[in-house]
Design a protein around this ligand. Structure first.
Ligand code: MD3
Ligand code: FE
Length: 217
């Protein structure tokens, strides 16, 4: 029956393996998404979104802030993790309980029961914002997985392989989807295609947020 399956399209599905050690948990965060967005607004009041500058001198199209013990920062001096927000010289806002528990639950569901997050980078994509293909290797502990939670407007995620020459696959990621990257996939190249002009979501409007949870040290 045509309409029946639609009722379930945003229900959580089983972990879908998408690369060695990587799993897509469709809709895993949908139930708590209003709580997550509410907590996110409070973080952004204390530590506002900003467009950071890369070591090469380019302003990033994605606006960022952080919460937790450590935040990811970039400036002319390079990429690193910092215990303080360089804009305020104050510690980053604490990880809200909703964020912390979601990261633990998602990692455990994907087979990583020991995970706990020291850092949550919050990325905000507005129309045209994108993230070029890169590896996440600013963390000392590369054995821990990374948990990524998408909220708001849909986007195409690009995931490649262990080398830049590997042709990336394109996967549409929607509100509530959670990705867990561990094992061999932890160092795979990945990126995000530009947020489309028509991308929209009832809870965020034409904006996508991504929460990236990491163990750093
Ligand atoms: C695949 N953010 O902040 S998170 C980043 O949607 C970043 O904002 C993207 O990449 C975003 O560094 C994607 C998903 C992600 C994170 C780490 C990975 C995918 C990954 C590590 C290895 C492979
Ligand atoms: Fe990344």
């Amino acid at each position: 029956m045509a309409g029946t399956l639609d009722l379930f399209e945003h229900e959580p599905g089983p972990p879908e393996p998408i690369a060695e050690g990587a799993y897509l948990l469709r809709g895993f965060a949908t139930d708590i998404s209003t709580q997550l967005l509410n907590d996110l607004q409070h973080i952004a009041e204390a530590a506002p979104f900003r467009h950071q500058v890369t070591p090469g001198g380019y302003s990033m199209s994605v606006a960022m802030t952080s919460c937790g013990e450590l935040g990811w920062v970039t400036d002319k001096r390079g990429y690193r993790y910092s215990p303080v927000d360089p804009q305020s010289n104050q510690p980053w806002p604490a990880l809200p309980e909703s964020f912390e528990q979601l990261a633990i639950d998602a990692a455990a569901t994907a087979g990583y029961p020991q995970f706990s997050a020291q850092s949550c980078l919050i990325n905000r994509y507005e129309t045209g914002a994108r993230m070029a293909l890169h590896q996440d290797k600013d963390e000392q502990d590369l054995t821990a997985p990374i948990v990524s939670v998408s909220l708001g407007a849909p986007i195409s995620f690009l995931f490649g392989g262990p080398t830049r020459s590997h042709q990336p696959a394109r996967v549409k990621i929607e509100h509530g989807d959670v990705l867990v990257w561990g094992g061999p996939s932890r160092l795979f190249f990945h990126g995000v295609a530009p947020l489309g002009k028509r991308a929209d979501h009832p809870l965020t409007g034409p904006v996508r947020y991504n929460l990236t949870f990491r163990k750093v040290l």
